[in-house]
Design a protein around this ligand. Structure first.
Ligand SMILES: O=P(O)(O)OC[C@H]1O[C@H](OP(=O)(O)OP(=O)(O)O)[C@H](O)[C@@H]1O
Ligand SMILES: Nc1ncnc2[nH]cnc12
Length: 187
């Protein structure tokens, strides 16, 4: 299997290059279970993020990062938007999302009690990777609808030429996208 050598936050990882659609491959970046990478990235992001009252991510791969960043910043609470309404949610508050890897419409939802906490607060969006930007846009819509103000969007990696040229996101490293015809990066 082809691999991409990622160097970020002083850590190196060999990422498998996998096909996710007819015309595109990605270098699969999965931070779940990777304590070393999450801790190193959170430490670097901490120095670059604006002041915020709370951090929010979307499940699942953003969760260890938002936890570690919250812990480093001394925050006792963070938010995780779920991608389905769970039976134990008493009063869900939802919006829709479509990410590069998911390729279908999904919900993003938090509890109404969480949206009440977000109201009037400065919120930082945190994710492992920003690619099409759809996930972070959906999180922004959720926060805005809840009455919060998004003060920034931070990720470990920006993926693809559109993401890396954005000046409204904070990120530590870049990840190319790969056309299906060859393993050359398209950026
Ligand atoms: O900028 P985008 O194109 O929206 O892509 C980025 C999103 O895609 C990934 O999540 P994924 O959909 O793979 O879900 P998962 O974390 O639940 O596996 C990643 O964790 C980001 O949340
Ligand atoms: N390169 C990547 N690996 C895993 N999930 C992703 N979501 C968006 N880009 C991704």
């Amino acid at each position: 299997m082809d691999e991409y050598l990622l160097k970020v936050a002083g850590v190196e990882r060999k990422l498998p290059i996998v096909r996710i659609a007819d015309n595109i491959k990605i270098a699969s970046f999965v931070i779940l279970g990777d304590t070393e990478l999450v801790e190193a990235a959170a430490q670097e992001l901490k120095e670059r993020i604006p002041d915020a009252d709370y951090f929010i991510t979307a499940e699942a791969k953003g969760i260890p990062l938002v936890y570690e960043l919250s812990r480093l910043c001394g925050k006792k609470r963070y938010f995780v938007a779920r991608k389905s309404i769970k039976p134990y949610m008493s009063d869900p508050f939802a919006t829709e999302v479509y990410s590069i890897t998911t390729q279908r419409k999904q919900l993003l939802c938090i509890e109404k009690e969480e949206s009440d906490l977000i109201k009037g607060k400065r919120i930082l969006i945190v994710d492992d990777v920003i690619s099409t930007g759809e996930s972070s846009r959906a999180l922004e819509a959720l926060v805005t609808r809840a009455g919060g103000t998004v003060v920034g969007k931070a990720a470990i990696l920006a993926e693809g030429k559109d993401a890396v040229k954005r000046d409204d996101i904070i990120y530590l490293g870049e990840l190319p996208l790969f056309p299906i015809e060859s393993s050359d990066a398209i950026q």
